[in-house]
Design a protein around this ligand. Structure first.
Ligand code: CAA
Length: 260
């Protein structure tokens, strides 16, 4: 499979995905969105050897500076709606990925780029990273989930302030607000993310998948997350992985999970 504008590198089961349009600050054009859609919709689910994904941007300056403004500058209302819907579909694939996805934010994460980072399960920011939803500067609103996910991380009041003023925040402020998990020295974003995913890859794969699903259930309308947890706990209890995990605990050894 060919993924235009993405660079892929598989290391010890962790897939490093680099948005590769450095001259446009990795702005997400339609071809990039299509690549992300196929990557998370088909490729990753079909490759069991992948236990985690790091998403990052090429070059030292940007994770992604947003949707590609030049590409949709002349769009009609209908075309804009399609663009937004495709972005939502793609970012939901990331949020619902069976394996954890970490955004290694190596610079600007703006507009659709900030929304991409927020669709990931965790965010590791370099100390010079900058976050924001500057769409109102363009007479637009966020189109890839920004109005919904920013609230989930930082709360309604602060989210409204950032969405309405288009102000950018630095990595320390993003950490303080709960938008990012850790801030690391510039250049260490990917390696820190990779190490975190390697630690998670030692856990039971079914349990990892079920935790992601159960946490997502909290934010899914018409889904009772508590009920979902009951069902998922029961499911996990019936797996070989749980037998192995419990036996390993009793026998004081490291578990060997198989994902079944
Ligand atoms: N789309 C298309 N091209 C972009 C871009 C974007 N979102 N962001 C940057 N670029 C391009 C610039 O046009 C420039 O290209 P040229 O060299 O061909 O002129 C190149 O990347 C470098 O950018 P700058 O010269 O502007 O770099 P800078 O250091 O002076 O500024 C920046 C950096 C503050 C990030 C500035 O580029 C900027 O404000 N970018 C736009 C950010 C933005 O508004 N993002 C939201 C997009 S809309 C959106 O995402 C909607 C949605 O939710 C779906």
């Amino acid at each position: 499979m060919i993924f235009e504008h993405l660079r892929l590198d598989l290391q010890e089961g962790i897939l490093i995905v680099t948005l590769d349009r450095e001259s446009a600050l990795n702005a997400i054009n339609m071809a990039t969105m299509d690549s992300l859609h196929r990557l998370f919709g088909q490729y990753i689910p079909d490759h069991d050897e992948i236990t985690g994904v790091v998403l990052t941007g090429a070059g030292p300056k940007a994770f992604a500076a947003g949707a590609d403004i030049k590409e949709f500058a002349e769009f009609s209302a209908q075309e804009g709606k399609h663009l937004s819907a495709k972005g939502h579909e793609t970012y939901f694939l990331i949020e619902k990925s069976r394996v954890p996805v970490i955004a290694a934010v190596n610079g600007y994460a703006l507009g659709g780029g900030c929304e991409l980072a927020m669709a990931c399960h965790m965010r590791i920011a370099g100390e010079h990273a900058k976050f924001g939803q500057p769409e109102v500067n363009l007479g637009l609103i966020p189109g890839y989930g920004g109005t919904q996910r920013l609230i989930q991380y930082i709360g309604k009041g602060k989210a409204l302030e950032l969405l309405l003023t288009a102000d950018l925040i630095n990595a320390e402020e993003a950490l303080r607000l709960g938008l990012v998990n850790h801030v690391v020295p510039s250049g260490q974003e990917v390696e820190t993310s990779r190490k975190l995913l390697l630690r998670i890859s030692e856990k039971g794969p079914v349990a990892v998948r079920k935790v992601i699903e159960a946490v997502n259930a909290y934010f899914t309308e018409a889904t009772d997350g508590f009920h979902f947890e009951v069902e998922s706990f029961g499911y996990a209890c019936g797996t070989q992985d749980f037998r192995e995990g419990a036996s390993a605990f009793v026998e004081k050894r490291k578990p060997q999970f198989t994902g079944h």
